[in-house]
Write a new protein. Structure first.
Length: 117
């Protein structure tokens, strides 16, 4: 089993920044990737960013150039630095961890990000 605990959400004004953290614990091996999804009110959950075990990062077009995903392997933690936040970024942000052999995805409990003046 894997446990994921997110932190760092909150209320921020448009143009502001936040950094989300996701700490993983438990059976942390055979990890393929970690990443972030988000779900805004009344909308489907959407993928935001991913970092693979080799360090390769990918982003949704809606956040490219504004968000940066990174990780600290020593702390088993992945981060999402969010800059130039917009009201459309308001959502619950979920951390994910993908394992291989067999493939399985773990989800965190989510952290609320609200962008409003």
């Amino acid at each position: 089993q894997v446990q994921l605990v997110e932190s760092g959400g909150g209320l921020v004004q448009p143009g502001g920044s936040l950094r989300l953290s996701c700490a993983a614990s438990g059976s942390i091996f055979s990890i393929n990737a970690m990443g972030w999804y988000r779900q805004a009110p009344g909308k489907e959950r959407e993928w935001v960013a991913r970092i693979r075990s080799g360090g390769i990062t990918t982003y949704a077009d809606s956040v490219k150039g504004r968000f940066t995903i990174s990780r600290d392997n020593g702390k088993n933690t992945v981060y999402l630095q969010m800059n130039d936040l917009k009201p459309d970024d308001t959502a619950v942000y979920y951390c994910i961890l993908d394992k291989t052999n067999p493939w399985y995805r773990y989800w965190g409990q989510g952290t609320q990000v609200t962008v409003s003046s």
